[in-house]
Design a protein. Structure first.
Length: 168
């Protein structure tokens, strides 16, 4: 596996590419009285031009209460079918930004908020990445598996993919 660290706009583009492809990732928050991460699946609304990841979520959720006490969060995206993975650690901000709620509102949200777009529990979550790592392949899964098999049989290391740190 080759190392390809990415910076600034190239890093933001990689984050956006992976998150847009996978969509649902795990949002990890840190409960005050636990040594363990609390993780829930979340569908992103947007990765903006600065690399921030935006979500809508509920003020009734455990994540909401954890983030109010500790703004550090982790995001984990995984697509084993294509060997694509992304890990992000960053800081979160919670708001009730009406413009963003209207921008991100869609039919899927109706399943989470019974009172619709005017539900007083709707909150906007912005995650600003502070560090990120990715792993993906340079080719499709079949070619990657073939390269792994050839490496195992011959002992010659073949480039099966790439990984790296992302710095924004």
């Amino acid at each position: 596996m080759s190392t390809e660290n990415l910076y600034n706009q190239e890093g933001i583009a990689k984050i956006r590419e992976i998150i847009d492809k996978i969509d649902i990732g795990m949002l990890g928050s840190y409960p005050a009285n636990s040594a363990f991460l609390h993780a829930v699946p979340m569908s992103r609304q947007e990765v903006d031009d600065a690399g921030n990841i935006w979500y809508l979520f509920s003020s009734d959720s455990e994540s909401f209460f954890h983030i109010r006490e500790n703004s550090q969060v982790s995001l984990l995206y995984s697509d084993p079918s294509s060997y694509t993975f992304l890990s992000i650690n960053g800081s979160a901000e919670i708001s009730s930004d009406r413009q963003r709620i209207e921008k991100y509102w869609n039919k899927m949200m109706e399943g989470w908020f019974d009172a619709g777009i005017d539900d007083p529990r709707i909150r906007v979550l912005k995650v600003a990445p502070e560090e990120a790592q990715y792993w993906d392949t340079k080719s499709n899964k079949l070619v990657t598996l073939w390269k792994a098999a050839v490496s195992a049989v011959t002992g010659v290391e073949m480039d099966k993919g790439r990984s790296g740190e992302i710095t924004i």
